[in-house]
Write a protein of this length. Structure first.
Length: 204
């Protein structure tokens, strides 16, 4: 009797763990029509935002980045192209995400990203521990540091690329999500440019 029940109990446990793991992932956000502030004349800065989703076995984004970001963060890949005749400064910390309840999520700093990684991406929900070796954890933290959008100055004709990492938005709070990126300034201008994008979770 004991032998016949052990395999069944094992598989039940595996199924529960897998379901819980999926529930704790950041939901995938589909881009909707962006509300981007236009740039006039030669002062054109192009900002491209792509939601990052790394769930599933042999996910191409996970293989490209070398880490499963979706289990820890709501993440966006940002590409900024400077098509002006001036330098463009980028403040990677000046970004804000709003969920359905208009709850603000500020972009995580380098240290906050590490703390959130160590907490296994927990933001109040029940989570199961992700078992990793110390060496693997260190390797992933270095990748996270390297992937984040850095403060930088983009020369004329240049571009910058990086990740905006936020605490995970809950699956029931993602029907209308907005992302505001304000930390971009063209040299010689007194104010930053603001770029706004909207997203919704799959199936909403």
């Amino acid at each position: 009797m004991l032998l016949s029940f052990r395999p069944r109990s094992y598989w039940v446990l595996v199924i529960v763990l897998l379901q819980s793991s999926c529930a704790n992932r950041a939901p995938y956000l589909n881009p909707t029509v962006p509300e981007t502030e236009p740039s006039a004349g030669s002062n054109q800065v192009i900002v491209e935002i792509k939601p990052v989703e790394t769930s599933g076995i042999r996910n191409p984004e996970r293989e490209r980045l070398g880490i499963d970001l979706s289990v820890y963060y709501t993440a966006f890949e940002v590409t900024i192209r400077n098509q002006t005749s001036h330098a463009v400064s980028v403040d990677g910390q000046d970004a804000l995400l709003l969920d359905d309840d208009r709850k603000p999520y500020r972009v995580l700093s380098a240290e906050e990203s590490m703390d959130y990684y160590r907490s296994k991406g927990a933001s109040g929900e029940i989570t199961f521990p992700i078992l990793k070796s110390l060496a693997q954890s260190r390797e992933e933290m270095e990748k996270i540091r390297g992937l984040r959008l850095k403060n930088s100055e983009i020369p004329s004709g240049g571009s910058e690329n990086g990740m905006l990492l936020f605490q995970k938005i809950l699956p029931d709070k993602c029907r209308q999500v907005s992302l505001s990126l304000k930390g971009i300034r063209i040299a010689g201008e007194e104010q930053n440019r603001e770029f706004r994008f909207t997203f919704s979770c799959g199936g909403s």
